[in-house]
Design a binder for this molecule. Structure first.
Ligand SMILES: C[S@@+](CC[C@H](N)C(=O)[O-])C[C@H]1O[C@@H](n2cnc3c(N)ncnc32)[C@H](O)[C@@H]1O
Length: 241
């Protein structure tokens, strides 16, 4: 994802926020910066980093994506009702899964990276939500049984920078081709995919899979002039197909 490769020291997006670039982009909403701060190395395990996300402290293991402003964009627009079931694909350190588990009845979180799976389990345990969160390793829906369905599916993984980023587009294509099989009737998807320039390709992927955007949100991005786009998506009603 843009500027999101794991780095050994303080993350580069954080430097941009300190320089004041976080709030000077699109003015669709308040900057995400106050909800996210880098706390430094874990004093007990200095190989790990610590982040404050809203009122919670998350540990981030080496080789795992750090929570970033686009994580906050998804978090801000996700609505989970009490008792719902949630699937968080590409959970990273488990930020979406942990916040979802405060309201949801049950959360399944997946990641292709074994280090992220261990990391999300660690944060779920340390934040007292391990009983509600099951973390599984694998590509997209491969760790999900054919009969498993959820009220809400969360998706914030690396997104393409341009049309040339075909490998990443393919991951998003595969997600949309499979997602309806794992949604309960009336279920919804919250999808964070970066910038406005990806919008035409998104509309195309949705149309080919009988999905539609029911709400769209924009938040100031750390890249000046850009906004993070988050969409709430549902299957299109039969008469709109
Ligand atoms: C940019 S991080 C975002 C983490 C988290 N969703 C958030 O909002 O903070 C993307 C995560 O998706 C995972 N990922 C990438 N490709 C994946 C795939 N095909 N299946 C499952 N997880 C994947 C990465 O390992 C990484 O942990």
């Amino acid at each position: 994802m843009d500027g999101r490769r794991p780095v050994p020291l303080a993350p580069c997006w954080w430097l941009l926020l300190v320089l004041g670039l976080g709030g000077c982009a699109h003015q669709a909403g308040p900057t995400l910066a106050p909800e996210l701060s880098y706390l430094g190395r874990d004093p007990e395990q200095p190989k790990n980093m610590q982040y404050r996300v809203r009122d919670l402290t998350f540990t981030v293991f080496p080789g795992v994506f750090q929570p970033a402003p686009d994580s906050l964009a998804l978090l801000r627009h996700t609505r989970i009702r009490r008792g719902e079931t949630v699937l968080d694909i590409g959970t990273g350190a488990g930020v979406q899964a942990v916040f979802a588990a405060r309201t949801a009845r049950r959360v399944v979180a997946t990641d292709i990276n074994p280090a992220a799976v261990e990391n999300a389990r660690y944060n779920a345990r340390r934040l007292g939500l391990a009983e509600k969160i099951g973390v599984r390793q694998g590509d997209l829906f491969s760790p999900i049984g054919p009969q498993e369905r959820f009220d809400v599916i969360l998706f914030n993984i690396e997104y393409p920078n341009s049309d040339a980023d075909q490998a990443l587009w393919d991951v998003h294509e595969r997600f949309f081709a499979q997602v309806k099989r794992h949604l309960k009737p009336g279920g919804r998807i919250y999808y964070q995919f970066g910038f406005q320039r990806n919008m035409a390709r998104l509309h195309d992927m949705l149309a080919r899979n009988d999905l539609r955007i029911v709400a769209q949100f924009e938040d100031p991005a750390i890249v000046p002039g850009e906004a993070y786009i988050t969409c709430e998506i549902q299957p299109a009603p039969p008469d709109r197909r």
